[in-house]
Ligand binder design. Structure first.
Ligand SMILES: [Zn+2]
Length: 465
């Protein structure tokens, strides 16, 4: 009965032109008897559906040495269903007019499909077949190992991909996270991983009660019945707890130069603040602190002093810790001045707090931004994927609500908490600047001339003797 009711709810919705943005956070969500969580949402673009299958296993479930195990399995899932192998599998998806990909992240492995609406059930069937019928042998394993080795960090979680798009300061922040023991250092080798290990991940984690299936777009009338029948058949497993992190926190140096490249005058300055966990301060307060500092940096370093073109403030996650960074692209000779300006400004903010009018303006802008932050059905499917932690009973938390509720007092408490700890400073710069290169060349030239004169004198003395 419940199922029937849901189907009615789903498809009696009037064409989704009005009210879509407003109820974007409301979905048809329910759990099948085998524990598979379904999130279905009629979209705005006719003729297309976006599918995300999120499996709750990722890098963080493994020790640093074995961290690539879920990534290997993700690749192996595309090995093929029959003698035609991975090419045959890909041909079947092409025949449906669809595209697919997969991503392994810190906490999940996600299969991403875009497909014409008319073939949505066939695409889901193909995905289901890949999950349940793919036979993994040593040859497939060797191929997957070679690919994973070559990828060199190519696959990453959704959040990470998004952060990579910011393309700023990521190497330095990864480096610091590794120093602090909050991330594994470098990419581990896959050579020692065995078929048995990969198969264990598959049987322990690839189960309906550890999966969420998200479908956004022009939903097929028969989709709920199909999902119940085909995907409802998957066997649930006894849930396993996610293992505790094996990382050990360490102390990092307060200040370090990171040498990148040989020659140049451009440097990047980063100040990293570990966000304190404060009982009565909501997470959205830190978002507003980040926006406030972002604007402050722009005013000070770009508008007032012209030292940096794109200074910015950014929030990152290092394991369970939040990190707020202040970043600036600078000329090598301006590092000292930029740091003095920053230190003066932060001291003033710590003393006086934020300017009320600026805070209100930036907060309103942050709230308004939510109206266009998610674009299209694929964007919405990606959003649901990233926000599964904020999902409950057919509803995703609306970030605009959380931002709207933050008071100036809470934001100031967050700001003072952040500024209360000494920042880690990292400066990315090439080995030599042009000035230094000049000096080195002059010294080298002087030494060379000295040697030549010495050689001549010696030669002359010898010829006289
Ligand atoms: Zn990969």
């Amino acid at each position: 009965m419940r199922r029937l009711l849901l189907a009615v709810l789903l498809f009696s919705v009037t064409p989704i032109t009005s009210g879509f943005a407003a109820d974007r956070y409301q979905v048809e969500g329910y759990v099948l008897d085998n524990g598979l969580q379904l999130i279905l949402k009629p979209g705005t673009e006719p003729g297309h559906v976006a599918i995300r299958l999120v499996v709750g296993v990722g890098f963080d479930d493994f020790s640093c040495a074995d961290q690539e195990t879920p990534h290997l399995l993700e690749h192996l899932m595309f090995s093929g269903l029959d003698a035609r192998g991975e090419g045959g599998l890909e041909e079947r998806m092409q025949a449906l007019g669809g595209e697919w990909n997969a991503f392994t992240g810190n906490t999940d492995t996600t299969f991403v499909i875009e497909v014409p609406a008319r073939n949505q059930r066939k695409a889901l069937d193909l995905l289901l077949a890949a999950l349940t019928q793919t036979r993994i042998d040593q040859q497939a394993m060797d191929t997957a190992k070679a690919i994973v080795t070559r990828e060199d960090g190519g696959h990453s979680s959704h959040l990470q991909t998004w952060l990579d798009h910011q393309a700023f300061g990521h190497e330095a922040s990864d480096q610091l996270a590794t120093e602090l023991g909050l991330k594994c250092g470098g990419r581990p080798s896959v050579d020692h991983l065995t078929l048995a290990q990969v198969n264990a991940v598959r049987s322990q984690w690839y189960a309906p009660n550890n999966m969420s299936l998200i479908v956004v777009g022009q939903l097929d009338r028969l989709l709920p019945a199909y999902l119940e029948r085909a995907w409802g058949d998957l066997k649930a497993i006894d849930p396993v707890d996610h293992p505790d992190s094996t990382l050990v926190q360490r102390k990092a140096e307060q200040r370090r130069d990171l040498i990148q490249g040989w020659l140049g005058d451009s440097v990047r300055l980063h100040w990293y603040f570990i966000e304190p966990v404060l009982d009565d301060v909501p997470d959205a307060a830190y978002d507003l602190v980040q926006r406030y500092l972002d604007w402050t940096l722009y005013q000070d370093l770009r508008l007032a002093h012209g030292l940096a073109y794109g200074p910015n403030a950014q929030r990152d996650a290092f394991g369970d810790s939040g990190v707020l960074s202040l970043n600036a692209d600078l000329d090598r000779n301006d590092i000292g001045e930029a740091e003095r300006i920053l230190a003066t400004r932060l001291a003033q903010l710590k003393r006086d707090g934020m300017d009320e009018a600026t805070f209100k303006r930036l907060k309103q802008a942050a709230v308004d931004h939510q109206a266009w932050a998610i674009q299209g059905d694929s964007g919405l499917a990606d959003y649901y994927w990233g926000a599964l932690g904020d999902y409950e009973d057919g509803h995703f938390a609306n970030p605009a609500d959380a931002l709207r509720k933050v008071t100036l007092e809470e934001a100031n408490e967050a700001l003072k908490g952040v500024l209360g700890v000494t920042p880690y400073v990292r400066i990315e710069k090439p080995l030599l600047g042009y000035d230094e290169l000049n000096q080195v060349l002059m010294v080298a030239a002087a030494v060379l001339v000295g040697l030549m004169i010495g050689g001549l004198l010696l030669a002359r003395r010898r010829s006289r003797a």
